[in-house]
Ligand binder design. Structure first.
Ligand SMILES: Cc1cc2nc3c(=O)[nH]c(=O)nc-3n(C[C@H](O)[C@H](O)[C@H](O)COP(=O)(O)OP(=O)(O)OC[C@H]3O[C@@H](n4cnc5c(N)ncnc54)[C@H](O)[C@@H]3O)c2cc1C
Length: 323
């Protein structure tokens, strides 16, 4: 049976591995301790924060079909927040969503997590390099451990990280180098009491903040807030001290919310270097058949969760015809 290594257990890598496992022996390598990637959920004390992707839409029929059983099993659910627009220079106004928006019922990582349950995933294994051995690839992690030999390698990680590993081994490396991401800071606040905001989520204009969303855990009766910086602000402050940025984002939030954030019990800032794809590779995936290397991820085709799914899914469908 053909052996395939998939680097990265975000949605793109998880769906590619899931689709291929009927046709090949698939092993997934994931640097963190769980699947989900940027569809991530941080659980700390009694709080739970979706500090990466906030929700996703499903426009493509293949993605809609894929989601159906997950919606039936209540792993994914439609999200209907009270959503508003906040602007320090203007009055707030209610937003209307014209299409369904979805979230993981127990957190955004649930979808990839559910796929990964039936996959052979090696967690806490950060792949650093590939070595060509005859017609096979050998993977090596950052601790210089080797992980057997594979016929194919699929990279399902952000473009710059993919280049670090594949670099000139992949014929299309120049197309990957043209992809542009912008960063984002995510401030997570755990609160003792539910703030009286009058909305569940807000799009923010004319501020260092671009998005605010409340989280609420029924079991723990705890309230949290996720605050995303805007991408341009994050780019300007990318190497600033975290404590300073945390203070600045908190001050902007208090200004927007009329100082309604009281009794903050937990605060943490996360820096996302690869938050929003500004320039994609404008392809579903990249494949180098001669060298048996392939690349998927949302950045191949767009900047959303649905793009990650379609990139990984379409790559797997094509690869199955080549095995
Ligand atoms: C702050 C933020 C907000 C967002 N908001 C939204 C939103 O509201 N709606 C939306 O549709 N999209 C949103 N997105 C984008 C969405 O999260 C991504 O498009 C999608 O999750 C990308 O999935 P992926 O599988 O391509 O990559 P990732 O999710 O990045 O998966 C890559 C995986 O590879 C692992 N990895 C990386 N390097 C290695 C290595 N060397 N070895 C092993 N493993 C490795 C990582 O740990 C990760 O698990 C947001 C992203 C961010 C950061």
């Amino acid at each position: 049976m053909t052996s395939i290594a998939v680097i990265g257990a975000g949605l793109a890598g998880s769906i590619a591995a899931h689709s291929l496992q009927t046709s090949a022996k698939v092993t997934v390598f994931e640097k963190s301790g769980r699947a989900g990637g940027r569809m991530s959920t941080r659980r700390v004390e009694s709080y739970s924060f979706n500090h990466g992707a906030q929700f996703f839409t499903a426009r493509d029929p293949e993605f809609k079909d894929f989601l159906k059983p997950y919606i039936d099993q209540n792993i994914v659910t439609q999200w209907n927040p009270r959503i508003t627009t906040l602007d320090p220079l203007d009055r707030p106004f209610k937003r209307i969503w014209y299409e369904p928006h979805y979230v993981g019922t127990q957190g955004m990582s649930a979808l990839a997590g559910s796929l990964a349950e039936n996959l052979d995933v090696r967690y806490r294994c950060e792949i650093a390099s590939l070595k060509s051995i005859g017609k096979k690839w050998q993977l090596q992690d950052t601790e210089h451990n080797d992980y057997g030999e594979f016929d194919w390698v699929i990279s399902a990680i952000p473009s710059a990280q993919a280049l670090n590993i594949l670099s000139s081994k992949l014929q299309q490396h120049a197309e990957i180098a043209d992809v542009v991401f912008s960063p984002c800071f995510s401030l997570m606040l755990g609160l003792k009491n539910k703030p009286a905001l009058g909305f569940d989520a807000a799009v923010v204009k004319n501020s260092s903040i671009s998005w605010l969303a409340q989280t609420h855990s029924e079991q723990a009766n705890s309230y949290g807030l996720v605050i995303h910086s805007n991408n341009a602000w994050a780019k300007t402050h990318i190497d600033d001290e975290k404590e300073l940025l945390q203070e600045q984002l908190f001050a902007s939030a208090q200004q927007l919310l009329n100082n309604s954030l009281q009794d903050v019990q937990y605060a943490a800032l996360h820096r996302w270097l690869y938050a929003k794809v500004e320039t994609s590779a404008q392809q579903d995936y990249l494949i180098d058949r001669e060298n048996r290397l392939a690349v998927c991820g949302e950045w191949c085709r767009g900047n959303r969760v649905e793009d990650a799914f379609l990139s990984g899914f379409k790559l797997a469908e094509f690869l199955k015809t080549q095995l």
